[in-house]
Design a protein around this ligand. Structure first.
Ligand code: SIN
Length: 328
């Protein structure tokens, strides 16, 4: 039986983390090298031809432009190779949704690209890393995974990059989808897709940018004045995302300062600090009058990535930006 060839790109995170003891509490992310990970995976007897490349060995709090550029280049090379069936990126869980969403917006929805991580380090009792990894191998080698865009596999579920978010700090069932739940359920022995591939044949929405512009997220809270808006602009932000209250709201001074920024050509996207739910236009805040964009289903960190790509791509004006946020 021919085994699907899968390229593993390692970046670190808890899946490669070590506590030095099965019962330890503290641990360090990104300690296991790609060779150790691939050979541990081979020992499971997975039906796949695995090869690996180390892009980084960091906790995902330290993932940024350099790692993203290297990942994009390595994935582009891998998917252009006719022998490669799919790509797995091992990644810390903290910013996996941002990396997944950036790649989803900049890669064609062809061969599967699957991010996977772990909530418990590799040497912890009950570690979820190898199970998640075996699940990711099953997804990346599955012909039914084509045309679904970038995915995240965690906790026996497969999520689309556009929907996935980390919703718990330590449970192994930490990932959720919004507005859609998982695309399918997976185990090392089975894979069930809930619907046909929704993005079959889609090309990348954005070309890979030469740089990502500075976009700051402002976290709204009670008793907030406009100083954070001024500070963000003073350090060179060319776009602002509000992690707003409820439906993306903020105090009057903050909304007024954001309106001035928008009038001065700095796009403002209203998202919510609430874990789940839409931020729609003109509900509590008059977006038409103030020149704002509503993040709709995207949380602040995903709204930031989309806004960065829009600015880098030369898209201007709230109407064109709103159309990009309306699209899923
Ligand atoms: C990280 O994001 O690198 C640390 C946490 C994790 O991987 O779960």
């Amino acid at each position: 039986m021919t085994q699907p060839r899968i390229m593993i790109l390692a970046t670190g995170g808890t899946i490669a983390g070590s506590a030095g003891s099965a019962l330890g509490r503290g641990y360090r992310a990104g300690q296991l090298g790609i060779d150790e990970l691939v050979s541990a995976a081979r020992e499971l007897g997975l039906v796949a031809d695995l090869s690996g490349e180390e892009i980084a060995a960091v906790g995902s709090q330290d993932i940024g432009w350099g790692e993203w550029q290297a990942l994009y280049a390595a994935i582009t090379r891998a998917i252009a190779d006719p022998a490669v069936a799919g790509v797995i990126v091992t990644h810390g869980t903290d910013t996996a949704e941002e990396t997944a969403w950036l790649l989803d917006l900049t890669l064609p929805a062809g061969k599967p690209v699957v991010l996977v991580g772990a909530m418990r380090p590799a040497d912890a009792v009950g570690s979820d890393g190898m199970r998640n990894f075996a699940n990711a191998v099953r997804v990346a080698g599955d012909t039914g995974a084509h045309g679904r865009g970038v995915m995240v596999v965690m906790g026996d579920a497969v999520f689309a990059a556009s929907d996935v978010r980390k919703a718990a700090t330590s449970n192994i069932d930490a990932f959720k989808g919004f507005p859609r739940g998982p695309l399918g359920l997976v185990s090392p022995a089975s894979l069930d897709w809930f619907a046909p591939a929704a993005k079959a044949g889609e090309q990348a929405r954005f070309t890979w940018p030469e740089a990502l512009p500075r976009v700051e997220i402002l976290y709204a809270h009670a008793d907030m004045d406009a100083q954070p808006v001024a500070s963000a602009l003073a350090i060179g932000a060319v776009g602002l995302v509000l992690a707003g209250l409820g439906q993306g709201n903020a105090s009057a001074p903050v909304l007024d300062a954001l309106q001035s920024a928008s009038r001065d050509g700095v796009p403002v996207v209203r998202a919510s600090r609430v874990d789940e739910g839409y931020v729609d236009r003109n509900v509590e805040v008059d977006d038409d009058a103030r020149g704002f964009v509503a993040a709709r289903s995207f949380n602040p960190q995903k709204a930031r990535i989309l806004l960065q790509l829009l600015i880098a791509g030369g898209v201007t004006g709230p109407a064109a930006m709103q159309a990009a946020f309306d699209r899923r």
